[in-house]
Design a protein around this ligand. Structure first.
Ligand code: RIB
Ligand code: NA
Length: 307
């Protein structure tokens, strides 16, 4: 049986500019293309889980505006239920995404708007929803005190908890003790531990430092090198799953986390869930956009069958 997944996080409209390079301060350059689409780490993760067939509810605040309408349509299309606190005195946020032509690498500014007002009291008001989950996921785009409160409630009810520590931020030590899984990428692992991560061995050292803080399992995502599962008992590397040429890596971490949550909610073992998540991420990078690049369950199963 599949258990419900609840994700707390942020929706923003992604405004993606492809250009050969970024402008310098005071400079204007011509871009090669522009695309508007749904984004925000938490929402992208929810869309990924929804397209993979999970029973998923996304908790957030939105403004009352055109980008909020985009959010609701996106979730409807992906089979994502939502618990939205309307926030008419703020706005639904947006992200500036620079995508480097050729490499597909990105640089992002995200302004979460209404989602920056998510408070511990909002979380309390949705405690029942969180307790009803089998798997709870959050990130660090909304205020950390809200993430902390939600993780406390989830942990108190025996819900499996995943913290995707993105974007990198400094965290209170207490938050680690509430996490079954923490899923930093290389940059975030370095930000959290001070250990530079450029190899699998480095990732092991950084993961060790997080284990000491009380995390159940650390999963370091390593881009084209796959991911590392690191617990007290074992440390195993899972290779990336190649689905074709890379077009845009933005949102790959979200694809991974949404896939991980969906697989764990179905009762998959951690290594199996990570392999599944690597396939979800592997497909997402072959397509432009973030939420729009999330694959269906059928696509992921087809890739894993031939990989
Ligand atoms: O992880 C990718 C996401 O980060 C983008 O969709 C952008 O909105 C930023 O929040
Ligand atoms: Na993509």
């Amino acid at each position: 049986v599949t258990k419900p997944v609840v994700i707390l996080g942020v929706f923003v409209a992604d405004t993606a500019y492809r250009a050969d390079r970024q402008p310098r301060l005071g400079e204007t350059i011509l871009g090669n293309s522009f695309k508007l689409g749904p984004g925000g780490k938490g929402s992208n993760q929810a869309v990924a889980a929804g397209k993979l067939g999970a029973d998923i509810t996304f908790l957030t605040r939105l403004g009352v505006d055109a980008f909020a309408d985009m959010a609701k349509q996106t979730w409807k299309d992906a089979g994502v239920k939502s618990a939205v606190i309307d926030t008419p005195d703020s706005y639904t946020g947006a992200a500036y995404i620079f995508v480097e032509e050729g490499s597909g690498n990105n640089a992002i500014i995200v302004s979460p708007g209404a989602a920056m007002l998510i408070s511990p009291a909002d979380i309390e008001a949705h405690a029942e929803l969180i307790r009803s989950a089998g798997v709870f996921v959050t990130q660090l785009e909304q205020p950390i005190d809200a993430a902390l409160k939600a993780l406390e409630i989830a942990r108190g009810a025996g819900v499996t908890t995943i913290l995707n520590p993105a974007p990198a931020a400094s965290l209170p030590d207490r938050i680690y003790t509430l996490c079954d899984y923490v899923t930093p990428n290389e940059t975030e692992a370095e930000g959290l531990t001070g250990i530079k991560v450029s190899s699998i061995d480095d990732a092991r050292r950084a993961a060790d430092a997080l284990l000491v803080k009380g995390v159940g399992a650390v999963i370091v995502t390593l881009g084209e090198k796959g991911a590392l599962l690191h617990t007290k008992e074992r440390s195993e590397h899972v290779g990336a799953v190649n689905a074709g040429p890379v077009v845009e890596t933005t949102g790959a971490g979200d694809a991974f986390n949404g896939g991980l949550a969906a697989a764990l909610a179905k009762g998959a073992e951690p290594l199996e869930a990570i392999r599944f998540a690597c396939a979800v991420a592997g497909i997402s990078v072959t397509r432009p956009g973030t939420a729009p690049s999330m694959p269906t369950l059928r696509e992921v199963e087809a890739l894993l069958a031939k990989a």
